[in-house]
Design a protein around this ligand. Structure first.
Ligand code: MG
Length: 454
């Protein structure tokens, strides 16, 4: 009775549309590109200042064991948007990512977060790098987004003819070195894209979208272009960090996150919007000073060592998420079931590899224990069960032509040995056979999708 009275009072005071809109939470996913586990203040960086992300972490839930679903861009993005391992939809393979001349892309039959939320009346927008295909059926507007603003693929693709090798990793990359276009709703608005102000312009678009759609509900997917090489930053940030242009780019990204959060607060949307911040893969270590840091984790982008796939993960929804740090394992593939759960949308009728994080986020409960599978391309390289991780194959991110095959597998305890330094397989044959069993069961249920990265 009291609840009914409150509801009727609310109707009278603020009007029906607002009450109904408030019942359905908004979702924002901010996805950095090649940002390492050790690159934020709240993850221990002593050299890059990230006050906005640090605040987001202190007001929200920070994950110590959050994973991207792949060790490079394209498969990682496909997995985030579909909640599925890339092996299932063919968004992985020897070529590793989509290139400007690739023929494939995210298959139209795949259901993205945007498609599912749009069916529930959400306004949907993509701002930033896409990298899931440039052909019909795979582009942002084909995959559930009403609007899109950003680059079709990485900012180092489409290099100008004669561009000296190594230019992308330069601390001072040439502004006209890459011909990648800036697109709005699929139409070229600028070519080459002026990269220096990309983060700033993405942020302005995001703020505008939030304000325009404040009566909600809305879904904003914001996969930033940086800190992927070549590294650029606005004049306000260039030369300001201790960590060179890489640090400048991350500090500008942090500013951008702050603008988004400030807008949510001003529009009184903070308590009704789940914001999730993470990265598509680990730091690109071969880029040297322009490559970021995985902190105490081993290796980086391109590898299935922890530094390649364990990334920052922060969930924020003040008043709903109790602030804290969690050591529970979660991944980008959990974001689809979590977002759809908030929207009370039906899950796609397909095999999903993620789980709804709501019990952890909103009730501080434990998630069911589940194995985690580390793929490099279409090959399963490693598996984690609890604190234990077994590597069946290892290969550094870039520069090692063939994988080392381990028979028996290498075994590490990620609690006592997070840097994967001490192989203890010989002491724990029982653990190894348990992991092997989990892999066997997993592989029996995987039907590889038609390869798209050709
Ligand atoms: Mg990346």
């Amino acid at each position: 009775m009291n609840q009914l009275r409150t509801f009727i009072t609310a109707l009278l005071v603020i009007g029906l549309p607002h009450v109904l809109a408030a019942a359905t939470p908004n979702v924002i996913i901010i996805f950095a590109d090649d940002l390492g586990y050790g690159d934020l203040g709240c993850y221990g960086s002593p050299v890059i200042r990230t006050p906005n992300l640090d605040r987001m972490a202190s007001e929200g839930l920070r994950f110590t064991d959050f994973y991207s679903a792949a060790e490079v861009c394209t498969p990682s993005r496909a997995a985030l948007l579909t909640g599925r391992l890339p092996i299932r939809n063919g968004m992985c393979g020897d070529r590793r990512v989509l290139f400007a001349n690739s023929e494939g892309g995210l298959p139209p039959a795949e259901v993205t977060i945007a498609e599912a939320l749009r069916a529930k009346g959400y306004a949907t927008m993509h701002i930033g790098k896409w990298h899931l295909g440039i052909h019909e059926g795979s582009r942002p507007l084909d995959q559930g987004f009403e609007h899109s603003f950003g680059l079709p693929y990485s900012n180092d693709m489409d290099a100008r003819l004669g561009l000296p090798k190594g230019s992308s990793g330069s601390p001072n990359p040439p502004a006209d070195g890459w011909n990648v276009a800036l697109l709005r709703d699929g139409e070229v608005v600028e070519q080459p894209a002026v990269q220096t102000t990309l983060t700033k312009r993405y942020t302005e678009e995001a703020v505008k979208f939030i304000r325009d759609k404040k009566n909600g509900p809305f879904f904003l997917y914001m996969p930033h272009t940086f800190p992927h090489v070549p590294m650029f930053a606005s004049p306000a940030f260039k030369g300001k960090s201790r960590a060179g242009i890489y640090g400048d780019a991350v500090e500008e990204l942090d500013w951008s996150v702050g603008q988004v959060m400030e807008t949510l607060r001003k529009e009184d949307l903070a308590e009704n919007t789940l914001v999730f911040f993470t990265s598509d893969n680990g730091p690109w270590l071969i880029m040297g000073d322009q490559g970021g840091s995985a902190g105490l984790l081993k290796d980086g982008k391109g590898s299935t060592w922890e530094g390649g796939m364990r990334v920052p993960g922060i969930a924020w929804m003040p008043g709903r998420i109790r602030p804290g740090v969690t050591q529970q394992l979660a991944s980008t593939m959990d974001l689809l079931p979590t977002a759809l759960g908030l929207a009370q949308a039906e899950l796609p009728k397909t095999t999903l590899d993620g789980t709804d994080l709501a019990p952890l986020l909103f009730e501080s409960k434990s998630l069911p224990s589940r194995p985690y599978f580390y793929y490099r391309g279409d090959q399963l390289f490693a598996c984690r069960v609890g604190e234990w991780k077994a590597h069946f194959k290892t290969q550094t991110g870039y520069g090692q032509p063939k994988a080392d095959v381990h028979e028996p597998a290498l075994l590490y305890h990620l609690g006592r040995d997070p840097s994967e330094k001490r192989d203890v397989a010989a002491d724990h044959p029982d653990v190894l056979s348990k992991i092997q069993q989990a892999v066997k069961e997993h592989q029996a249920g995987v039907v590889p999708g038609v390869p798209q990265l050709k």
